[in-house]
Ligand binder design. Structure first.
Ligand code: GN1
Ligand code: MG
Length: 352
């Protein structure tokens, strides 16, 4: 049993504790109690999130706001306080923990049908819509410059210069690929800086496995993993969903020929996102395909940087894992480039 659970005001005595989910950052457990309750206990990764107190302030503020907008008790996560009345617990080793009620439902690593993916678009679109009137300046930036793509390039270049693990020579092809696209990669950030795109409260980590679906109806219940909710752009929320959920192979596949973007899934998501998030501007809608490409390219840069830096950020299962992820995402960028006009046509069709 993870001892941290005893610090939270749960119902019943904990009787079981198992690792849970596929996140790359936090450690997650599901805890059962003898009162037949289930809780999610999470150890917050403080290498990634330097200020857990601020992070939890964001999460609580955002969930409180959403609670006012939904009657469904499963429509938003419900965090528990510790016995000291705080929303997280710091143990004597300095590890930080939080706990929320486990909502009955399930998450998918890949959509089984177009409808599943459409539902995830409803979840993320609705989330953005529910937070459209949330005062963005009250949120802390849990990870500064999180989706600032030029800044991600800057970090990559610094890492290449230092070459801390002596790996640069072995990944020249991948480095060339991202460098050839540096200009394109900066377009969204430039538009934000020039106030040509609205800054919104966004989720910023819109993977399909961060959506909870109802086990019977398969309808979207709520979104999970609120650590990166910050001011951001709808384009990255849209783009990251496409990157993960419309891909025809897992994020870290070694079978590169299997890694493409499925246009049917792209259409299903676009349709759902536009339906649920009515506040998008024409400019944002026009740029959705670019959002998909840049979100994917940005993650190529991040996986590559972490690989060169000795894989300190993303959890890995084997030493080359981040290189494998880099190559899989890079293949996906190529495929999106080939299908770019088709993606634009689909957006045009769905916006009516
Ligand atoms: C991380 O925690 P998880 O697995 O949902 C990462 C995302 C990446 C994603 C790639 C805080 O998300 O930005 O897109 O891995 N989260 C953070 O799978 O860096
Ligand atoms: Mg996650």
């Amino acid at each position: 049993m993870e001892k941290a659970i005893y610090e939270f005001k749960i119902e019943g005595e904990p009787v079981g504790c198992k690792p849970f989910g596929h996140g790359h950052i936090n450690r997650t457990f599901v805890v059962n109690t003898d009162a037949k309750k289930k809780y999610i206990l999470q150890q917050i990764n403080t290498y990634v999130f330097k200020n857990p107190a601020e992070l939890m302030e964001n999460v609580i503020a955002v969930t409180k706001h959403i609670k006012k907008k939904t009657d469904d008790p499963r429509g938003v996560l419900n965090f528990l306080k510790t016995k000291d009345g705080k929303f997280y617990y710091e143990d004597k080793d300095g590890q930080c923990w939080r706990c929320y009620e486990m909502v009955d439902g399930f998450c998918l690593e890949a959509p089984e049908t177009d409808e599943d993916f459409y539902e995830s678009a409803i979840a993320f679109g609705r989330f953005q819509q529910q937070l459209a009137d949330f005062p963005a300046d009250e949120l802390h930036e849990t990870i500064p410059n999180f989706h600032n793509t030029p800044d991600r390039y800057r970090t990559l270049k610094e890492t290449i210069k230092k070459d801390p693990c002596g790996l640069v020579e072995s990944v020249q092809e991948e480095i060339d690929f991202v460098m050839e696209r540096e200009q394109d990669a900066g377009i969204i950030q430039k538009l934000l800086d020039d106030n040509e795109l609205p800054l919104r409260v966004t989720h910023n980590d819109t993977k399909l496995n961060n959506v909870l679906l109802d086990a019977k109806t398969r309808k979207a219940l709520c979104v999970l993993d609120l650590d990166t909710v910050m001011p951001g752009t709808s384009l990255m929320d849209f783009g990251d969903s496409i990157r993960f959920g419309a891909a025809t192979a897992p994020e870290d596949t070694k079978e590169l020929d299997k890694m493409t973007m499925d246009l049917h899934l792209f259409e299903a998501y676009t349709k759902g996102f536009l339906e649920a998030c009515r506040s998008l501007t024409d400019r944002e809608i026009d740029l959705l395909p670019l959002g998909a490409k840049i979100a994917t390219l940005e993650l190529v840069v991040r996986f590559l940087t972490d690989y060169l830096d000795g894989s300190k950020y993303f959890k890995i299962d084997y030493p080359e894992h981040n290189l494998v992820r880099t190559r899989a995402q890079l293949k996906l960028v190529k495929d999106m480039e080939d299908k770019f006009e088709k993606m634009q046509e689909i957006v045009k069709k769905c916006r009516k």
